[in-house]
Ligand binder design. Structure first.
Ligand code: NAD
Length: 563
């Protein structure tokens, strides 16, 4: 299909087999002894309108899908990396052709402004697929391993990057398309097959990936989606998958890791963050305040890389804070399908309550609410809206500075100097990302090195997620392993070392037999190779020459080796 060809509406592809479209005939009444299926609901968080209701996959279904993925593996691997990269490019073209449908669907289901759906979801996914399609073959090519030790010089070593088999992917609701799409692309091109479980709040975004995979004519069984809730996710974790890539909260990540540990299931965990923003005295304050406001309120603050706390040095604190408050007041809150909307709703009521609690607790402990600080209902919409909020007078005794808020709140703390900012930034259980704002780029890099986080941006924030070449992942409680970039691609492979002896009859002096002479010879050999003193080495070399002949003869006599 050419990129701009007219295609049937995506909703038509998603609904029939995969869920109960609204307005369809009700399902026939279940027989008395058939247990009711668990349901998940796709809801528009701006309006609370029910978009679709779907059956949550149960354990036998998950097992069957994993088996289907396993059966598809050999033929998929046989395509080779070049063949799989071609499939990825087809996937990218199919996504491009559907970019408007997908962006609209994400806005409907996750609530974010249309522009963010197009950029942070569709474009990031396109970029990731293009990067993997173009570079995976080079990254996955076998690598020669030269040997330094004289004893093994006549061997040829090679690293090969093999797929695991079936990769399970469990995704969150905040970037329901670009997060799984990048992980799926890397898993597939490395030769794995995939079973994805999207968030129960955004199942349609996951099913949209399946629809695109079908349009791109990916072989059957190579990419699979199971929709469902935590129970479905747990079934995937305990199924016969060979590796799990999980993105979500720290608490779920810990639970999953405990389960995975019991059977040594390899995992990548992309977890929460409490990303600090450091504003230096020499920062361009217009830039820094616009960056912090965007970083805090994009996707209504529901980004793992959100600007969750700000440390601004005293000299510029008043001006910076005033700019942030002023720019925050100007933000337009509303439904994401209005092109003027800048901040959409939160995903669900539960998230709204967490935000309310954090703000209320901070205010009770002495924080000042400069703007926002309550629920909103723009245009009378019934959804889960919260006013973009700026707080000052905060400190590390408050949850708003220590726990992930994951909502549209920007707490600003004034600090003495940059050293205090770094100390406070590192005073956190999280370590996902951070940003530093300064005109002195050298200082920016120096401060970046002193922060305990998986990535640091100087004079920007959040956008490292959209850089295909940038590894994404955290230190500390923010997770294990990486996605994106060649580092994330390698997570989808297991490394195999292959060694070929080019001169097999060349004596291996370390084989049996062992005796006093063999011991002396080996001591000479170690001295010859590693002694720090020149003369000890020479003595070792001489001993080696003197004893080698006898050693070879005794090996030959004992079992026919020794040249
Ligand atoms: P969540 O942990 O509630 O759910 C994530 C996924 O895990 C969902 O698909 C859910 O159904 C599934 N799940 C829940 N319990 C499970 C269980 N016991 N076994 C298996 N699967 C289970 O997270 P969320 O609220 O959807 O997402 C928000 C969190 O994700 C935030 O903390 C955010 O920072 C984090 N996040 C991290 C990254 C990153 O790259 N580091 C990216 C996006 C979001």
């Amino acid at each position: 299909m050419s990129a701009d060809a007219v295609a049937p509406p995506l909703t038509a592809m998603l609904a029939p087999e995969n869920g109960v479209p609204l307005g369809s005939d009700p399902a026939p009444a279940a027989a008395v002894d058939v247990p009711a299926r668990r349901k998940i609901q796709s809801i528009n968080p701006a309006t609370c309108e029910l978009l679709s209701e779907l059956d949550a996959a149960d354990e036998p279904e998950v097992r069957a899908v994993v088996e289907r993925a396993r059966l598809a593996g050999p033929a998929w691997r046989a395509l080779g990396v070049a063949g799989r990269a071609r499939c990825l490019r087809r996937l990218k073209d199919a996504l491009f052709a559907r970019r408007h449908d997908i962006a609209a669907l994400i806005t409907r289901e996750a609530g974010k402004p249309r522009l963010e759906s197009l950029l942070a979801e569709v474009m990031v996914a396109l970029d990731g697929l293009e990067y993997l399609g173009s570079h995976a073959a080079a990254f996955l090519a076998p690598e020669r391993v030269p040997h330094q030790n004289l004893a093994v010089r006549f061997k040829r070593g090679r690293l090969e990057y093999e797929p695991y088999g079936v990769i399970g992917i469990i995704s969150p609701s905040n970037y329901p398309f670009s997060i799984p799409m990048n992980q799926v692309g890397a898993a597939l091109v490395a030769g794995n097959t995939v079973v994805l479980k999207p968030s129960e709040f955004t199942p349609q975004a996951g099913l949209a990936i399946q629809a695109i995979a079908e349009e791109a004519r990916l072989p059957a069984g190579v990419f699979n989606v199971v929709v469902g809730d935590a129970v479905t996710g747990a079934a995937l974790v305990s199924s016969a998958i060979d590796k799990l890539v999980f993105t979500g909260s720290v608490s779920t990540g810990k639970r999953i890791q405990a389960e995975a540990a019991a059977r040594l299931l390899p995992t990548v965990l992309e977890l929460g963050g409490k990303d600090p923003v450091i504003v230096c005295a020499d920062a361009d304050l217009e830039l820094a305040s616009s960056g912090a406001v965007w970083g805090a309120f994009t996707n209504a603050g529901q980004a793992c890389l959100s600007a969750e706390r700000v440390y601004v040095v005293r000299e510029v604190a008043d001006r910076f804070t005033a700019l942030c408050a002023e720019k925050t007041r100007r933000l337009r809150v509303g439904a994401g399908d209005d092109p003027d909307t800048e901040v959409g709703p939160l995903i669900r009521e539960r998230q709204l309550r967490i935000v309310e609690e954090h703000v209320a607790e901070a205010a009770a402990a002495g924080a000042t609410v400069l703007t926002g600080g309550r629920r909103a209902s723009p245009g009378g919409l019934a959804g889960f809206f919260y006013e973009p909020t700026v707080l000052t007078g905060v400190h590390h005794g408050m949850r708003i500075m220590r726990e992930e808020t994951f909502g549209p709140v920007l707490p600003i703390m004034t600090v003495r100097d940059e050293a205090e900012a770094v100390r406070l930034a590192n005073d956190s259980l999280f370590g996902l990302s951070a940003s530093i704002w300064t005109r002195d780029l050298g200082r920016g890099e120096r401060l970046a090195r002193s922060l305990e986080s998986g990535s640091v941006m100087v004079n920007d924030c959040l956008s490292s997620f959209g850089i295909a070449e940038a590894p994404h992942g955290g230190f500390k409680l923010s997770g294990l392993g990486r996605t994106h970039s060649w580092v994330g691609l390698m997570e989808m492979t297991r490394v195999k070392y292959i060694d070929v002896d080019l001169v097999p009859r060349l004596p291996k002096l370390w084989w049996f037999s062992y005796d006093a002479r063999a011991n002396r010879l080996m001591e000479n050999f170690v001295d010859f190779l590693f002694a720090p003193g020149f003369w000890t080495r020479v003595a070792g070399g001489c001993g080696l020459l003197a004893r080698a002949g006898g050693r070879l003869r005794s090996m030959r006599k004992r079992d026919g080796t020794g040249g």
